[in-house]
Design a protein around this ligand. Structure first.
Ligand code: PAF
Length: 282
């Protein structure tokens, strides 16, 4: 696996590959890699001639400095994992390499997607994500880029940014990977205490019940039910739960047959914030 730390080096390497008509599959990450990331990389390997993974903990997407400082960093293990799945290229830039002196976000208009759910609780988060992904796409110029559906809002926002800016890349959303107990895989899971990790299985249990209830119950009733379930929970604190349309991410008003819906949830386990979602049928 080739490892590059500078834009210039990786750009010139990838340019030579593009000249040989090689397609590039790209998986942007913030490291602390887990099975979920590896599944994205495997998908990228299947469909592209060359696979690039970046590891960059992007400061502009953190509204909480403590979360940024404590974000898990496991670069040695990440490198081994990437080698074990035959990743071709790792891009590992420093903050200075990406932002120079100006660690700031661009302001995006994602047609309202940014104001829903996570946008209400994580100030400036999606401007930070948009800024870094746009920058990384400019450096890597991938043919396809892969994102997990755990961050479903992020996925929709990136699709929107690509469309609005006419960036020539196909965005691929990939299924959520779960721990054995159902907890959605996330780099932040490593920061959970043993107890919280066990208790957090409750989140997916609730989502599965929501999927069942959605067949026959009104969204309002389901919201109330979810809230009551968390009120009684000694370890987990609900931040939000909502059933929303996949395309606009707006909270459902009444079920419309041609629309696709998902249930979205954010929960605190101690000071670790966990998000998850599930596709609903109707
Ligand atoms: O999902 C993530 O890990 C990050 O938000 C991403 C897409 C790598 C941008 O920093």
């Amino acid at each position: 696996m080739k490892i590059f730390n500078t834009k210039q080096e990786i750009k010139s390497y990838l340019t030579s590959k593009k000249e040989d008509n090689k397609t590039i599959g790209y998986v942007p990450t913030m490291g602390a890699l887990h099975e979920g990331h590896l599944s994205l990389i495997k998908k990228a390997i299947e469909k592209n001639d060359l696979v690039v993974v970046s590891i960059f903990v992007n400061p502009t997407q953190f509204d909480n400095q403590d979360d940024l400082i404590k974000y898990p960093k496991t670069i040695e293990n990440d490198t081994k994992l990437l080698e074990s799945v035959s990743c071709d290229v790792l891009f590992l830039p420093s903050v200075e390499e990406i932002y120079a002196e100006n660690i700031a976000s661009e302001n995006f208009d994602f047609d309202g997607l940014e104001h829903q759910m996570e946008g209400k609780f994580r100030n400036g988060h999606f401007n930070g994500v948009g800024t870094i992904i746009k920058t990384l796409f400019e450096i890597i110029t991938p043919n396809r880029a892969y994102f997990g559906q755990k961050d479903f809002q992020q996925l929709q926002i990136i699709k929107k940014m690509v469309k609005k800016n006419r960036i020539p890349v196909k965005i691929k959303g990939c299924p959520i990977f779960r721990e054995e107990n159902g907890l959605a895989m996330s780099s932040r899971n490593t920061r959970l205490s043993k107890e919280h990790r066990t208790e957090a299985a409750f989140i997916y249990k609730i989502l599965k019940k929501v999927r069942y209830k959605f067949n026959s119950e009104e969204a309002n009733k389901i919201n109330e039910w979810v809230e009551s379930q968390f009120k009684e929970h000694p370890y987990l604190k609900l931040e939000y739960f909502t059933i929303a349309e996949e395309k606009t991410l707006k909270t459902i008003e009444s079920k419309e047959y041609h629309k696709k819906y998902r249930a979205f949830i954010a929960v605190f386990a101690g000071d670790i914030r966990l998000i998850d979602n599930i596709r609903l049928k109707h």
